[in-house]
Design a protein around this ligand. Sequence first.
Ligand code: NCD
Length: 310
Amino acid sequence: MTNLKGKDILHGNQFSKKDIEAIIKVASNFEKGLKKKDSLTLLKGKILATLFYEPSTRTRLSFEAAMQRLGGGVISMGSVESSSVAKGETLTDTVRTVSQYADVIVIRHPRTGSAREAADAVPIPIINAGDGTGQHPTQALLDIYTIKKELGSLKNLTICMVGDLKYGRTVHALVELLSLYETRVYFVSPPTLRIPEEITSNLKQKGIEIEETEDMMKAASASDLIYMTRIQKERFTDLSEYEKLKGSYIINEEFLKKLKKKITILHPLPRVDEISTDVDDYPGAAYFRQMRNGVFVRMALLSMVLGRTP
Ligand code: NCD
């Protein structure tokens, strides 16, 4: 039995297939529930705190929406400049403080490993909403939920992941989940932004078929789904290097015409130039549906870690 009560959500590798199935089931029930009612009361009296040390639109707002749809309350640190972080307070002290006011904390921070550090400091559940170039497990879960909904099943898929595979934490988290499903994966990136060796060797050990290439057309032609990502400008120490790499891969109408088959396209967003807006009406363009799914999956996670699953 999956029981996430009191647990932290820190890394893609912490989930079993059973956990994922349970999360998908709860999320799907909330999705149906919200078609009948605007909000539910399951988390009435509970408080979520959001602590974002890096920019966010979808992750923070969908967590806050999820909590409010469940009848819970939200407190938010706002910007780093407006909190005691600007006075030099450590992450541990800030998290200890916030844990006195809230029942669960969602945190995004530029340092890899920061979410675990926060989790070690307090007894309440910590949810990692992105730790530097490390992990982004709740995004991976909403990606999996979307893949299942769009393609009908998670079995026997070929997926091509494109863009900044070195710094992209959503990719790092998603491959952990995909590795439970005998997926074949193409990694498409410029040579300097390849997926970390530690991840590929781990996948190979699990028997996952992978291929690294720079050729997006070749990989897409053999795939059911493209997972597109943004070149992570904020991770570059040398911005001229970023300037050289931006625009490396672009999906537009012309690319899709040449591809000669229907494909599903996901993107965690925000996009810069890697998916042209002329693709937005393409039936396989699922990235707007994907962001909406974030609310249902985060409702599931909040209710499960707070031990109030329906
Ligand atoms: C991603 C992130 O923050 O890692 N965004 C998100 O959470 N949807 C992807 C990105 O910023 O490129």
